[in-house]
Design a protein around this ligand. Structure first.
Ligand code: ATP
Length: 286
């Protein structure tokens, strides 16, 4: 008898909310979805629907008065809600890594970027760790990685710094990468090159990716499946192509209408994306 393969990552029946009894409020209600190895699942919804609360719930980084009320978050065969804080700290950054929206605030301005990257690789010979950081900076397309290791965050552009954050997230070979609005703070011409980079490295490294965005147009570029969230609840969930071609929930249709140029025609968006990439490469080459 063949057993059903286990997903890489699975959330089931997740409820997250304000835990104070006097003003208890549910911010995520019964959220469930899974991510298979090598797959990109996008969570999309407007501001305030609970996307960041979801990312923080997964990373075990919710701060009081927010807390998980019930549900399960599994990475392979482990329930992340049942492991110790110490073990969760190890999982974070090694097995699950996150790329945040604003690269400028993710780095310490007074510490060289190289030292901050090295800090993520806690073990191993110093020379091996330096070489690993240099390799990863090169892999994410940063010119002159040796120079960037000595630079401070304020010396790099937003796009370059986002590449450093992606390199940092990949250093320990995570099984799951969470990208929380990774292109929102960037210039439109740089956005497309960062999206292409995420797509490339996800294929190369074969990890699962949870891509969080308010923009269904951006999501259509790289998602295998899409979770549409509204007011803390999943209103639609399915294969990206089916959901984009035949949205069943009025809110998904509303999000689609907000995508400029795309409307409901994907090929037009793909064309727009390629034009952005071309434009970006021209800008970067100047
Ligand atoms: N510490 C907190 N205390 C009370 N309410 C909170 C707290 N953090 C978030 N919320 C509320 O939870 C809801 C979801 O917020 P969240 O930041 O997860 O949304 P989001 O979809 O990520 O929005 P955005 O795209 O603007 O970042 C919002 O109504 C927000 O006001």
């Amino acid at each position: 008898m063949s057993s059903i393969p286990q997903p890489l990552f699975e959330i089931s029946g997740l409820h997250t909310g304000i835990t104070k009894p006097e003003n208890g409020r549910c911010l995520l209600q019964d959220v469930s979805f899974h991510i298979d190895q090598g797959e990109t699942v996008a969570v999309v919804g407007e501001s305030g629907c609970g996307k960041s609360t979801l990312a923080l719930s997964i990373m075990g980084l919710l701060e009081a008065p927010l807390g998980i009320q019930s549900g399960r978050i599994r990475l392979q065969d482990r329930d992340l809600l049942q492991i110790s804080k110490k073990e969760m700290k190890r999982v974070r950054g090694t097995e699950i890594a996150i790329v945040f929206q604003d690269p400028m605030s993710a780095f310490h301005p007074m510490i060289p970027l190289g030292a901050q990257l090295m800090e993520c690789l806690k073990t191993g010979d110093r020379r091996v760790r330096i070489s690993r950081c240099l390799d990863m900076l090169d892999r994410v397309g940063l010119p002159d990685p040796g120079k960037q290791m000595k630079s401070y965050s304020f010396e790099l552009s937003g796009g370059m710094l986002q590449r450093v954050m992606i390199a940092m997230a990949l250093l320990n070979g995570p099984k799951l990468l969470i990208a929380d609005e990774p292109t929102t703070a960037l210039d439109v011409t740089v956005q497309a090159s960062i999206l292409r980079l995420l797509k490339d490295i996800q294929q190369e490294f074969g990890m699962g990716m949870l891509f969080i965005s308010h923009d269904l147009g951006v999501v259509s570029e790289l998602a295998d499946r899409i979770v549409v969230m509204r007011q803390g609840q999943v209103v639609e969930y399915g294969e990206a192509s089916c959901l984009l071609d035949n949205p069943t929930h009025p809110y998904t249709r509303h999000l689609l209408e907000m995508v400029p140029v795309l409307g409901r025609s994907l090929p037009a968006k793909v064309l727009t994306y390629d034009q952005h990439v071309l434009q970006t490469e021209v800008v970067e080459a100047i």
